[in-house]
Design a protein around this ligand. Sequence first.
Ligand code: ATP
Ligand code: MG
Ligand code: MG
Length: 585
Amino acid sequence: EGVEAGNLVEDIVLTDLKTKKYQGRVRTRFPPEPNGFLHIGHVKSICLNFGIAEKFGGSCNLRFDDTNPESEKQVYIDNIKEDVRWLGFEWDGSERYASDYFQQLYRWGEAFIDRGLAYVDELSAEDISEYRGSVTRPGKNSPFRDRPAEESLELFRQMRAGGMAQGSAVLRAKIDMSHPNVIMRDPIMYRILPDTPHPRTGNEWPIYPSYDWAHGLSDAIEGVTHSVCTLEFNMHNELYNWFNEKVLSLDDDSLPLCRPPDALPRHLDCAVHQHSKHSRAQRSGRQHEFARLEMTNIVVSKRKLKRLVEGEYVDGWDDPRMPTISGMRRRGYPPAALRKLCELIGVTKVPTSVIELSLLENCVRDALQETVAAKALCVLRPLPVTITNWSGEDELLEVPGDEARQMHFGKEILLDAEDFQEDPEPNFKRLAPGRKVKLRYSYVITCDEVIRGSDGDIKELRCSYDPESLGKRPPKKVAVIHWAHATQSAPVTVRMYDNLFSDARPEEAGDFLDALSGDSCKELTSARCEPSISAMWKKHQEESEDPIFRVQFERCGFFALDRKATEATSRMVFNCTVTPRSDFA
Ligand code: ATP
Ligand code: MG
Ligand code: MG
């Protein structure tokens, strides 16, 4: 009540609630296949599914669609769980697995054969695809299509018992080989995969259900009311409904199969039972499609991301340049920014334009601006400066603000090389020979001399400071820049990132690997940060629940401590999360 739909899928949910299409509460699910790490595309699906549940007082299941043991692994399962939680969502009860339902699905398979709704086909894979025809060419029946049910049943049981070789047979639904929707031309329900251990069921099953057979019925078993998927599954909708309706039609007393099955975990009993009470209409039309998220300068496909990892083009799935949730987390993107992006881009039923990566970066910047309190000065590419008129000991400068920060100032300091130009460009406002800049929290200095090494490179600047300028506003037109003390500062490593792909649409130019940018990570190993950075990190570890330590390096952007690298090198390593909106001038 009083809840408004925020997008078209929510619109459907709201209508279904008003018309009381379902008994009980709204139930959605997020159904990843554990064959890789989740990426920004999945974030959209997660926000949509969990968002609906939150908004309408329902629940959302996390269900692993683990029906292809060849590419699925426990480590992917573990990471997916971590990623969903990190985004701020919690699934209903324990996570579920399509493999929890293998026994039930198998029994429904037997029942389908019994009812003449399925048959074992021994055509080769090539023949099956040839016989299937195409949109313009009707298919033709397999010679095995009309074999007696007992024969199919016998063979199906042999398949299940492990007595048949891979590729020697499949179980197919008996629908219509000239159906206008090619998906409906006797779709495959089971295939034989005897030698591939499954991450959860091990070697128990030599046969595996197809996506269509497993997915819609897993939804049914869990009592899912709104099964949201991407547009490619549009053509599968009809099959989704067909399988569901046929399973419902089995549901009579002559068949013990659809009683709350003993092979099912207890918590599912009532879902199956409740589900079987849904009317035909309620069972149909639960699948709703929406446009998948696509974004410039990245690829969103686990298969492609896997190639980047396996080819060692990146430092693992969680490389900070990867559009994976774990990569974005390591980069320092806050979960709120990802949720915000999904809110902004909305949900459509037609393929939308490709989202600009800069939109995501803006969300990240906005979220960090609001939440990151830690600030420090860090010189990324140090250029040594001698303060010629400084004599005596260092001075301790107090940094104004909530946190007690002190910085040493003295004869030897460092500036960022980018803040100096020997022959300044017309609109360059920072340091140049004869010019002044104000050092943040410190003095105004003037550049008197440029010292070159034997190689001709600038080695050092000789500057003089104005003792009267401390604590005063800088004179007009004098830029404020960051700096560090040459020795009383912390050596840190800072990684600056560019897009992994320089091409906006890496997938459009043949092999996407050709579009990889050569130099998308620059590791700056001589960066120096104000010394209070260590205390800030310590404080974060003691006081914050967030595993990620974020800090703003003034004028340089937002950075996140890379724990892995920091632990490995025992010096602080920071990943640049995002640079300031406009290039500082
Ligand atoms: P991939 O090709 O990257 O493996 P997938 O769709 O095969 O993607 P699944 O693990 O099966 O990956 O996806 C889980 C859920 O996430 C599905 O409901 C799927 O529709 C959704 N999803 C995947 N990619 C995107 C995307 N780019 N935009 C929106 N939703 C997506
Ligand atoms: Mg999939
Ligand atoms: Mg996939």
